[in-house]
Design a protein around this ligand. Sequence first.
Ligand code: ZN
Ligand code: ZN
Length: 355
Amino acid sequence: MKNNPFGKRLAAFSAAVADKGLDAAVVSGQSNVMSLTGVDCDNACLFVTPRSVVFYTDFRYTASVNRTAPWLKTGDIKKFNGKKPFPSGARAFAKIGFESSVPYSKYLTLKKAFPKAELVDVLQSILDLRMEKTPEELEKIRAAVLLNDEIWAEAQKRFSPGMTEKDMAREIKKLMIERGDGEAFETIVCVGKNAAECHHVPDSTVWNGKEPVLVDMGVKLGGYCSDMTRNILPDRPSRLYKKVYSLVLEANERAIKALKPGMTAGALDRAARSFLEKNGFGKAFGHSLGHGVGIDIHEAPAAAKRSKTVLKPGMTVTIEPGVYLEGNLGVRIEDLVFVTENGCEVVSKSEKPRF
Ligand code: ZN
Ligand code: ZN
C-alpha cells in the first residue's frame, strides 16, 4: 500500500480478512472506504483479499481516483451487479466479508455477485480500525475544531435580539460554507426552554437577547468533522439555571480530568454521570457522555454507560454532559478531546462562560 496515507489501516484490515478465514471483503460504505484509502467517493466498492486490494468505481470517478490515489488499482464497479464477469475465480469464493450497514438492495447485489458465498459481517472490524486516528487525521480534525471555534466567535458577534433560532442557525451555516466545507450536521440553536429538547430543531422562536441560548455546532473541513456545544448565559439567570449550568460545567471538567488512556469509555461516562447523579440530576442526563469524531460526526468509541472499549492515545471523544428539565431549561457543554499518552488534550478552545 505504498504512499497510501491509510496504508497501515488498510494492511491491518487485509490481515483481519485473512484472520477471519475470508476469501475477500467488500467495503462500500462511503466513510469506511475513505478511512481505508483516503478517497471520498459515493459510488465505490473496495475489494480486499488477504493479498490484494482493488478499488471498483464507475466511469465518472475513475480518472480522478487514478490521479489522487495512484497507489490504488481501479476496476469497473459494474462487475458487482452480476452482469459483468467478476474477477477470476471470485464467483466461487466461499466466505465474503461485508458491512451490515449496507442497504438491503446492495446486500442482494452482493448475493448475486457471489452466489456460493457465505456473507460475514466485518463492519465492527472497520469501525475498530477507524477508532485510532492517524497523526494526519488528528491534524485534520484539529483544524476543523479550530475553525469551529473561530466561527462560534464570529457568530456571537452577529447574533442580536430579535433574531429567531433559524436566523442564528443560518448565520452559523453561512460562515461554515464561507470558511469551511459546510456543516458536519444540522446546527442546533435553542432559545430559552427549547434547550430542554436535547436535539431541538431551530424554529421561529425569537431571542430577546436576555434568555440563554444553547448552540451545538460542527464544521466539516477537509473531509473531517468537529463538534461543540456552548451556551450564551441568560441576563438574569434563575437560581435553578445557575445551579444546573454550574453542575454541568463541573461534570464536563471532571470527565476531562478523569480521562486516562487504559480506562474504559464506560468509566469515562461514569466520571460525569455519578457526579450529576449525586447532585440529583442523574435522570435529567438522558444520553451518553460522548462519542468519537472523525470522517463521520458519530464514530466509535461511544462514551456510554456500558461501553467496555478501552481508551487509547489517538482516539477522539466528545465530553458532553447535559441536564434537560422539560418545559423549563436545558444545558449541555461539549468539548472535543484527543486521548493522549497521559490523559487528554482538550482541542476545543472556545471559552466556557462561568457564573
Ligand atoms: Zn454536538
Ligand atoms: Zn456530539
